[in-house]
Write a new protein. Structure first.
Length: 143
């Protein structure tokens, strides 16, 4: 059996990321339920996929953006944790999860005509962490 103690940090980061992902899914369900009630109260039919409601679009964008980045983040996190350093992976992962947490706060609960540029405060650090993790792996391979 593998000793988990050296990997406690990456395990915590992974669990935090998964909990955040499901929190974003709950937000989608909350938005859908709320909008369905509002539309019904107005005598309108709410179509979750074709209504183009800005609140539903924002909830979807928040959750789907996280889902899009989940595979590369978790793969890179664990490859760095196993082959480079669990401590470095934990620190980078912590920055990444913190940046992800900011995403819905910066986007807001309604998607406008475009995504607000303030969202870059969340996305840029996330991309930099992914690039850094990848660089760590490439450097380890070249040694």
């Amino acid at each position: 059996m593998i000793d988990i103690a050296p990997y406690a940090g990456p395990v915590v980061i992974t669990l935090a990321y998964v909990v955040l992902y499901y929190a974003f899914q709950v937000n989608v369900a909350r938005a859908k339920t709320q909008l369905s009630r509002e539309y019904t109260a107005r005598g309108e039919r709410f179509d979750r996929y074709f209504s183009h409601d800005r609140q539903m679009l924002a909830a979807d964008r928040i959750q789907l953006n996280m889902l899009e980045h989940m595979p590369p983040f978790l793969v890179l996190l664990w490859l760095v944790a196993v082959f480079v350093s669990p401590t470095r992976a934990t620190i980078a992962g912590g920055v990444y999860v913190a940046a992800r947490t900011l995403y819905p706060l910066l986007m807001g609960n309604r998607l406008g005509r475009g995504i607000r540029s303030v969202v870059l405060v969340s996305t840029v650090p996330g991309y930099l962490v992914l690039a850094w993790l990848l660089g760590e792996l490439v450097t380890a391979l070249l040694r």
